[in-house]
Design a protein. Structure first.
Lengths: 258, 258
């Protein structure tokens, strides 16, 4: 029966997804437990902060600049028709700080850092390097996972702050170039219409995004089975899972208006 | 009397283990005496590696008991096994060095974690440890740049930083050229004779067995089929033992998949 087979397939898929959500939850609990007391390996933390954060600045800057600019380009017809140049800054800034900035930067971060993290942990898993750590009586969660999770959360927030600034700068430059709005007017529009709450709303989101990218990318990395093919599959799953969770978290955090 | 008969340091009692319903160990009994070099031999897939992985908690037995130094260890949780792993080191078949670190950093890691050394003093001690396994001059190389034999020796140096009472070797000479294989044998012998370390070696390298083993346990069909000194095994009238030792393709031995 085709119907029966379809129901079967849906059921199998649902069980698989549930198993992964369960696994991610367990890993999250283990990470929390390893953080009490917080004894982080300093060298691993610094290495990851540098690799995940500093080296992501160029790609984040590029994304942010064009995101800010794009908001102005989209708003341009309305601004021109209504002669509401003093609202151009509000339109771009509000969208960037609260929504597109954190989301796009998180997606770029997931693609660059999360995928890399899954591939690295996955390769370590299939080559038994994680068992090697356990054999040396070193807890892989405490030594490998926790510094990565902390580094990703800290760095995504930092990158979002940098990205916000660059996006606003991009908006000003494009406003000047496309709509011939003076920098001063855009700046005044930002100051008058945007509040710290708008900025913080985006930062809260980026904390949540950072956590979800970190935990999912680590989970899919350490649960790799089956060699190089398995690593490829895990990276794929990690990027998809991170993107889906970013969208869901964004919806609920916006809805709850934190 | 062989050393194993005196006071067993390690004891496997009626150990059963199946994977996906396929039994591998079927009531295996084995004792290891303090300070001896015990070889576990047998055909591929007979459960040699499985046996030693149980002792450090990488696998869990289905039924039976495992005792280490007068304490039952098979029921420990992951955290409980960390205490065992500090006393029982393991050198894996593919060395499991961390490929993002140099040899010195690999060896320094457990020194930093367990002896609370600072990074620079841990590196200094790591140099000395690498010297012991004849790897002077290779301390700042990465594992990928070295031969299998060198990697195995580096892994041994890393394990020895914990000052273990027992070292488990999983096929340490498999895939090595005869010269490097005999070097590994010599290191195992030095370890046992000079430091009093108990060595459990999983192997099917007949040259190693007959040069350094104190006792040999021959695993067949999930049980220890024969155990004794290398000489006793060589002179054994048992046709199955003889077939293995003489490496004959046909005989009474039943091997899966052939």
């Amino acid at each position: 029966m085709i119907g029966e087979r379809a129901i079967n397939a849906v059921g199998t898929r649902a069980v698989a997804v549930s198993r992964e959500i369960g696994g991610i939850t367990i890993l999250f609990a283990q990470i929390l437990r390893a953080l009490l007391p917080p004894r982080l390996d300093g060298r691993e933390l610094v290495k990851n902060l540098h690799k995940m954060g500093n080296r992501s600045v160029p790609i984040v800057a590029l994304t942010a600049f064009f995101t800010g600019g794009l908001m102005v380009v989209q708003a341009a017809p309305f601004v021109q028709r209504l002669q509401a140049t003093s609202l151009a800054g509000w339109a771009a800034g509000y969208a960037v700080l609260r929504e597109v900035g954190p989301i796009l930067i998180a997606l770029m971060f997931s693609g660059r850092v999360g995928a890399n993290n899954t591939a690295e942990l996955g390769t370590m898993t299939v080559t038994e390097q994680l068992d090697g750590l356990r054999a040396l009586a070193i807890d892989p969660i405490r030594y490998l996972i926790v510094p990565r999770v902390v580094a990703m959360m800290v760095m995504l927030v930092c990158l979002t702050c940098i990205g916000d600034l660059i996006a606003l700068a991009g908006a000003m430059l494009v406003a000047k170039g496309v709509l011939d709005i003076e920098f001063g007017i855009m700046y005044a529009s930002f100051v008058e219409n945007l509040s710290p709450a708008d900025f913080l709303h985006g930062i809260y989101k980026s904390i949540a995004f950072g956590l979800s990218i970190a935990v999912t990318s680590c989970y899919f990395g350490v649960t790799v089975r089956g060699g190089a093919v398995g690593v490829g599959r895990a990276v794929n799953a990690a990027v998809v899972a991170a993107a889906v969770s970013i969208m869901l978290l964004d919806f609920f955090l916006t809805y709850l208006n934190v | 009397m062989s050393p194993g008969a005196a006071a067993p340091l390690i004891e496997f009692r009626e150990v059963h283990k199946a994977f996906d319903g396929k039994p591998v160990l079927r009531g295996m009994n084995l004792t290891v005496g303090k300070g001896e070099i015990l070889f576990i031999i047998g055909t591929s897939g007979v459960g040699k590696s499985v046996t030693i992985k149980h002792l450090v908690g990488f696998l869990r037995i289905d039924t039976g008991e495992i005792w280490f130094d007068g304490k039952r260890v098979d029921q420990l949780d992951e955290k409980g096994f960390y205490a065992v792993r500090r006393r029982v080191g393991m050198v894996f078949q593919n060395a499991t060095l961390f490929d993002s670190m140099t040899l010195a950093e690999n060896v320094a890691l457990p020194l930093r974690k367990h002896k609370k050394l600072r990074h620079t003093s841990a590196l200094a001690e790591a140099m000395g440890r690498l010297e012991q396994v004849y790897l002077t001059g290779f301390s700042d190389r990465y594992p990928a740049e070295l031969s299998d034999g060198m990697r195995t020796r580096a892994a041994l140096a890393r394990t020895l930083t914990m000052d273990p009472e027992v070292v488990l070797f999983d096929e340490p000479t498999t895939g090595l050229d005869p010269v490097n294989a005999r070097r590994i044998d010599r290191l195992i012998l030095e370890l046992s004779r000079n430091l009093g370390v108990t060595a459990v070696v999983v192997s099917h390298d007949l040259a190693s067995i007959f040069s350094i083993a104190d006792r040999v346990a021959f695993l067949y069909q999930g049980r220890v089929h024969a155990v004794g000194t290398p000489a006793e095994l060589r002179d054994s009238p048992d046709p199955i033992v003889q077939q293995f030792i003489q490496g004959q393709s046909s005989g009474p031995m039943e091997t899966p998949g052939f």
